[in-house]
Ligand binder design. Sequence first.
Ligand SMILES: C[S@@+](CC[C@H](N)C(=O)[O-])C[C@H]1O[C@@H](n2cnc3c(N)ncnc32)[C@H](O)[C@@H]1O
Length: 468
Amino acid sequence: MSPGDAPIEWTEDGRPRSSLYGDAYFGADDGLSESRAVFLEGCDLPAAWAGRRSFTVAELGFGTGLNILALLDLWRREGPPGGRLHLFSVEAHLMPREDAERALAAWPELAPLAALLLAQWPGKRRGFHRIDLPESRASLDLALMEVGEALSLWEGRADAWFLDGFAPALNPDMWRDEVLQAVAARSAPGARAATFTVAGQVRRGLAAAGFEVRRAPGHGRKRERLEAILPGQGRDPGPAGPVAVIGAGIAGAAVRRTLLALGVEAVPFEAEAPGAGASGNPAGLVTPRLDAGLGPVARLAAQAYLRALDIYAGLPGAVISRGVLQLAATDRDAGRFARIAASDLFPEGTLRLLDPAAASARLGEVTDRAGLDQPGALSLDPRGVLEAWCRAPSAGRIESLAPTDGGWRLSGPSEPQVFGTVILATGADLRHLWPAAPILPVRGQVSWVAAPDPETPRAAGWGGYLAP
Ligand SMILES: C[S@@+](CC[C@H](N)C(=O)[O-])C[C@H]1O[C@@H](n2cnc3c(N)ncnc32)[C@H](O)[C@@H]1O
């Protein structure tokens, strides 16, 4: 079964119920109060995050997102000043956005937060999906896959766990000893875990994984719930040190945008001006990487492509046009296109295989090549992106970079400065700061001409590319 197959029925009192597992997503005694009692109180929130700059909560069983919204609501009201909340949740069968919307409508007090989450509800593609919630000083990484795989891939350390698979009797997979061991292994010292069930298997599994487990009075009709805690004292991870990003082209700007969404303000360095290199071209194409290996790298790139389209679409003035036709340069290309188009790498409709006649019609001139139409691909004005993401003034040209205690010493226009982390986003200029960089610059050239009418030419790639 692929993520996304989440057959839902509705109970008479309007709660979603999984026909796959035969269990409801939350109990009959007001799901929101239940979330608060079982998971927030069960993990000793807000007390557990007092004084923290950063706090991580992980959940097994994302469902409607109700627990996460209850948490964000508490964080908004009682989070530590200036703190960042990192959320991680796992879901093997993501429900359609419309079903989540219907379920969450029961709590008007959550409506503004629910709207932010629903607006970024991911498609059902397997993989990790990042949902930025800057208004809440939070970000959510949602792993759409089986719990075991998700826990083996996640690199975080949780301070609190919401264990919310369906009832163990109906869904034993979610409560296997190996899963609970992985929960402990991905926990920070002093981590807490909470769940609605007091099943013996869960109590024993948590205890065997190293948690101290205790029963607490349950919510509503449920007599008891579980609270668990690992030995040790929770504390903030050491400071990452100030971060420098060298280069203010698209790559540097995108890195800074992502860091900012995670609560890290990076210092930009740029020798000339934002977009002084190739990112200053008046247009560029955003197209998928066509990797017929169909392996993990291909999947990562496919997911990154879809996320990039979403992010660029939200920037005023960045998108010039939509739709790019990729033409096969060789017979091998044509085979590659066919293999990728027939795979499940991209959602339906992302790629359309065209024979030479259809490619000619799409191109507006005769070609004997097969084509791959990419209706969502973009012609992008990089300057629109840089304007949105490169507002901070840059601190000038860096001449050299040397390792030192606590990080890297940057020598540039003013006194040398030390940064814990330095990100080089200087394109082909990389060797200036890192002479042994294993890169091979490739010469490129673009020309631009005034188009006779704004509808032509349409964007195409064939080895070279043409962007309106
Ligand atoms: C009780 S519901 C979670 C309710 C949710 N926390 C909320 O706030 O709405 C359990 C969820 O776990 C998911 N699930 C069940 N078995 C799973 C597994 N083996 N791996 C990942 N997710 C699973 C189900 O699809 C379901 O969405």
